[in-house]
Design a protein around this ligand. Sequence first.
Ligand code: MN
Length: 203
Amino acid sequence: MAFELPPLPYDYAALEPTIDEATMKLHHDKHHQAYVTNLNGAVEKHAELGKKTPEELIKNLDSVPEDVRTVVRNNGGGHVNHTMFWQIMTPQGGGNPTGNIGGQIQSDFGGFEDFKKAFNDAAAKQFGSGWGWLVWKGGKLAITTTPNQDNPMMQGLYPILGNDVWEHAYYLKYNNRRPEYLAAWWNVVNWAEVNKRFEQAKK
Ligand code: MN
């Protein structure tokens, strides 16, 4: 298989009580696996796609054969998005942002509380399925959202962090209360990993 599901970097129950074990099992083993399986299905039709990284595929969708372009967009996006998502969370997470990203959030949003409010508002308003993102744009931090499994890389932007607002990410525990999930999610954010991605975004 060209692409593989990366193992979770912690136990399914490790992010309790913020994210429950059943949600993590379904989300990783079923949803993320399905994106990987479907992406491999596209590679079966066009073997050359398997020589690229998932990031290369979604950054250059115009070069993907038309008959599998939507499949690659949705499932390549899903694979890249979730691979990031597991990494930017940790059971030792939360608290105030550390390092350079902490300073940049202070500069660009006036503080962590103001940043969280702006991010959570944007993500709450994303109609239907999608993601909320923090990106580096024009020399400063910016908040954006995408529908479905689209990734900011599709618009030439590198995502520093992103939160999944598909119902599968929160519905078992939070039901229809997406804002409650968004508020709690910061308790598991892995600021060390977010700092690594911030350095990558500035390159
Ligand atoms: Mn998801």
